[in-house]
Write a protein that binds this ligand. Structure first.
Ligand code: HEM
Length: 457
């Protein structure tokens, strides 16, 4: 039997006393993860502000942490420093039975029939957005997608339809998230953080009011016997009761809704930004996707059934997920029970980092991992099918993204509509094949000029 070594003996460096590798984190905006991986291999240690981290890379590590030994780690302890002060305790910051109970109650809003009900609002928002772009081109791509995805979120997740209220929530939400990275968390007036926390209080009060109003609507629907007919997520949350009679408390719903706005918008906006940029530089892929749309959709109005048949678009979007990791290149979990992995014992108190961004570029999984090849996901290659933890841009295991279908539907509706009606150019011209650059380091600078496809031809 091989002797397990203490985690301190892993390759890697704890950096300076107390600060650890904190300065390096800010200097590289990405922790130099790729360099450390090349230098130390698929398991290495680091330290940030006195906390010890073990970075794990590869499908086996992904499966162990996210699924097989999920009860040895805590999502709460992994994410709380970054998220709790902004979002409270949504289910992403819950563990074990508490997390499973919340997730069971939330799940109906993100599957099957409920998802189908979201199609029309998504399509309307996408059409409005593209019409505006035609009038105000050139547009700042990431900002526009942030706004689109946030508006879709506000309408579908909160059920807010009145334009003035949509704008009010948008503003409060943006002020709230501006405080997320404040170094000094002083909740006093005239500071960024104080304004952010004030926005959080106002947003909570606003949501409490729409929850109270929605209860009225719910009672009405109960009387009419169509309790499950709600067209937005909030209504389904209010109606949800599990087999033991548990329901979601108002305070929990409020935390979930604020977090959902976040989870649903920056990720979707990042995917759409890079899909649009990659397509701008790849005329053969624009052509391939347009041809597929012509075959599947033809002259019919786009519908959910069509989206499911867009295989080439699915492969294309998987390549965006693999190379751009829209939710970030790493996931955090705090260790609560010792983990044995790769010859080391990782004790409670450490944080493990699941480095999805590095798994996605392993040559053991993907052929020519640095090159953009959506066809790697098509038969016969199907490189992601070698292992269910090879492509984990939406996470894996118990905390796998609950909004995955919602996101994929929104992204496909946008791309289908864009490709069918418009053409576009992106400036400045993006340097492809630099997928180690983190999306947020570049995306703010990208602009698009769009034109009407029919006028061009
Ligand atoms: C391209 C779009 C998206 C990507 C790449 C993405 C990615 C992820 C990832 C990686 C996680 C796992 C986090 C972890 O394990 O710590 C996650 C969780 C989550 N996502 Fe998404 N997401 C996207 C869109 C959405 C949308 C549209 C929604 C809601 C409408 C959403 C709601 C959530 C929620 C609530 C969780 C927490 C799940 C749990 O803890 O059980 N996401 N997402």
């Amino acid at each position: 039997m091989t002797q397990l070594k203490p985690a301190e003996e892993m390759p890697g460096s704890f950096g300076l006393p107390i600060l650890g590798e904190t300065l390096r984190l800010f200097a590289t905006q990405g922790w130099g993860l790729t360099k450390n991986y090349q230098r130390y291999g698929p398991i290495f240690k680091t330290s940030i502000l006195g906390k010890k981290y073990a970075v794990l890379v590869g499908t086996e590590a992904n499966r162990l942490i996210l699924q097989e030994q999920a009860d040895h780690v805590s999502s709460y302890l992994g994410w709380k420093v970054a998220m709790e002060h902004i979002f409270g305790r949504p289910m992403m910051l819950q563990d074990g039975e508490e997390h499973r109970r919340t997730r069971r109650l939330m799940a109906p809003a993100f599957h099957g029939k409920a998802i189908a009900n979201y199609f029309d609002i998504m399509q309307t928002e996408v059409n409005n957005c593209l019409e505006n772009w035609m009038e105000s081109s050139p547009i700042s791509i990431k900002n526009e997608f942030n706004q689109l995805a946030l508006r879709i979120g506000i309408r579908l997740l909160l059920g807010v339809q009145l334009q003035s209220e949509v704008e009010q929530v948008e503003q409060l939400y943006n002020t709230l998230t501006q405080g997320a990275l404040a170094l000094l968390r002083l909740d006093i007036p005239f500071t960024k953080y104080g304004r952010s926390q004030n926005a959080r209080r106002q947003l909570k009060a606003f949501l409490q009011k729409i929850i109270s109003d929605a209860y009225g609507g719910l009672r009405q629907r109960k009387l009419q016997g169509n309790l499950q007919e709600s067209c937005e997520v909030l209504g389904l949350f209010l109606a949800a009761v599990d087999e033991e009679g548990n329901a979601l408390a108002d305070s929990q719903i409020i935390d979930e809704l604020i977090h959902l706005l976040n989870a649903a918008h920056f990720t979707t906006a990042t995917s759409l930004t890079w899909a649009m940029v990659e397509l701008a530089g790849r005329p053969q892929w624009r052509e391939k996707l347009r041809q597929e749309l012509a075959e599947v959709v033809g002259d019919e109005p786009l519908n959910l059934g069509h989206l499911k048949q867009l295989n080439q678009m699915t492969y294309f979007l998987k390549e965006i997920e693999r190379l751009y990791n829209p939710a970030g290149v790493v996931l955090f979990r705090g260790v609560v029970k010792e983990i044995e992995y790769a010859g080391y014992r990782i004790p409670p108190g450490w944080v493990v980092i699941v480095a999805q961004g590095l798994t996605h570029r392993m040559s053991e999984i993907y052929t020519n991992p640095e090159s953009f090849e959506p066809e790697r996901f098509a038969p016969p290659r199907e490189e992601d099918k070698k292992d269910s933890f090879a492509l984990i841009g939406f996470g894996g295991g118990e905390h796998i993204c609950i909004g995955m279908e919602f996101a994929k539907m929104e992204i496909k509706i946008f791309l289908a509509t864009l490709l069918q009606r418009y053409d576009w150019k992106v400036t400045p011209e993006y340097q492809f094949n630099n997928y180690h650059q983190l999306p947020f380091q570049v995306e703010g600078k990208l602009q698009a000029q769009i034109s009407n496809l029919n006028l061009k031809n």
